[in-house]
Design a protein. Structure first.
Length: 434
């Protein structure tokens, strides 16, 4: 017998959520083969089996929260054919449970529980109740079901604290059948996971927030509550960069097998501005400021599960082609949900581009312990005064710098943004700054 435990995930991650079981009771599993996918605050992690054998039991259900070190499955000896049968009885033993549901009197329950322990596959009427069971059977964790059987408690009578209506072990432990029997019948209200809000008379859908979305929400609130965040704005004439890209893009692809985008220009401009204004590349640690002399730039990438910020390392030492290649690789890994924790850690400054979604103007929120974030926006043609007495239509982009006013003064923030603006409007200068 071997226990599958939640491994050490990362220094700041202590728990995860069972996203998907890749193996089920009775399945054969090889040593080193993935058995479960865990969803953590930042990325999804697949856990392997350290032993070859057959999955005997799964101790948690999909959606359950588990801590580092928790035993989540048991793997035993066998080939998967002989052991498939022994792993099935627990499901069959649970199947008749809803048949006990109508039990106003508590006396018969111990006898039923004892009978369940003696016979692994009770024969009573199986065909129709199986259909009804799928509709009426309460959602509960395996630990809650086991404890309910031991105590002879009907799970359908146990109130759930979980917002999605899942009965947990602690709900069963604190449930008092006598008090529940004396309590007046509560008015019916919609179940937590139902799509219809009967009280309001309007259709709604209740969706459980993914762990990543919960963490994003928590971190954003923490940042707004613990920093003196301020945002300053400017606009950039993109004519020169767009003209350079138009002239060089085909040759760039031939030479480097990667497309020349705007992000490498902005990354290089940010690095030059960070060198000029080092406090924007800092971090508060207690009563000290940590000025970082390296330039690991986080590039925000949107995925279906939420925003992630992979980090392009040593941007001051990399060419435009290397930066574009790193960004493209991270974007693909994010779409495939293959980002590693190391890809997301240690950034010193962040760039986010809401312009790819059509955002014209926004105030980005600082990422984690950093003290600044640059927001790019959509390019829009607007009339611009040129040389003081002419008006031309130019492709313009609003840019925003959100910064922690505890570290950065307004003068430095404005100067930082003006440096980025000047370099983007004169892209040949970036070669001198790189």
């Amino acid at each position: 017998m071997a226990e599958i435990k939640v491994p050490e995930l990362a220094e700041s991650i202590t728990e995860g959520t069972i996203a998907q079981w890749l193996k089920h009771p009775g399945d054969h599993v090889d040593k080193g083969e993935y058995i479960v996918e865990l969803e953590t605050d930042k990325v999804n992690v697949e856990v392997i089996s350290e032993e070859e054998g057959v999955v005997q039991s799964l101790l948690f259900e999909e959606g359950d929260t588990v801590q580092v070190g928790d035993v989540i499955a048991i793997v035993g000896e066998g080939t998967g054919e002989n052991n498939a049968t022994p792993s099935a009885p627990p499901k069959e033993a649970e199947a008749p449970q809803p048949a006990q549901a109508p039990q106003p009197a508590q006396a018969p329950q111990p006898a039923q529980a004892q009978a369940l322990g003696q016979t692994q596959a009770p024969a009573p009427v199986q065909p129709k109740p199986a259909q009804e069971e799928s509709e009426s059977r309460p959602v509960a964790s395996p630990a809650a079901r086991k404890l309910a059987r031991e105590k002879g408690i009907d799970l359908s009578q146990v109130p759930a604290v979980d917002p999605l209506g899942r009965v947990r072990k602690q709900d069963v432990e604190t449930f008092n059948p006598q008090a529940a029997a004396k309590a007046p019948a509560a008015p019916e209200k919609p179940a937590a996971g139902k799509a219809v809000a009967e009280e309001a008379g309007k259709p709604v859908e209740r969706i459980r927030m993914s762990r990543r979305r919960q963490t994003i929400a928590k971190r954003l609130v923490e940042v707004t509550q613990t920093t003196a965040m301020l945002t300053t704005f400017n606009e950039i004439d993109m004519s020169a960069v767009m003209d350079l890209r138009k002239r060089k893009k085909e040759q760039f692809v031939k030479d480097h097998d990667i497309r020349l985008g705007f992000m490498s220009f902005f990354t290089k401009a940010v690095v030059a501005a960070l060198k000029k204004y080092p406090y924007v590349n800092a971090e508060i640690q207690g009563n000290e400021l940590l000025l970082k002399k390296y330039y690991d730039i986080g590039i925000a990438v949107s995925t279906e599960e939420g925003l992630v910020v992979p980090v392009v390392r040593d941007c001051d030492r990399k060419s435009f082609a290397e930066i574009e290649a790193d960004i493209a690789a991270f974007a693909q890994k994010a779409r495939d949900n293959k980002l590693a924790l190391s890809d997301l850690q240690g950034g010193t400054f962040t760039i986010t581009n809401g312009g790819v979604f059509g955002s014209l103007f926004s105030t980005p929120i600082i990422n984690g312990t950093q003290v600044g974030i640059l927001g790019m926006h959509t390019i829009q043609k607007r009339p611009v005064a040129v040389d003081g007495d002419r008006i031309e239509i130019r492709p313009m982009m609003y840019v925003a710098l959100s910064y922690d006013h505890r570290v950065i003064d307004g003068k430095d923030a404005v100067g930082f943004l003006k440096t980025v603006k000047t370099l983007i409007e004169n892209p040949e200068d970036l070669l001198l700054e790189s």
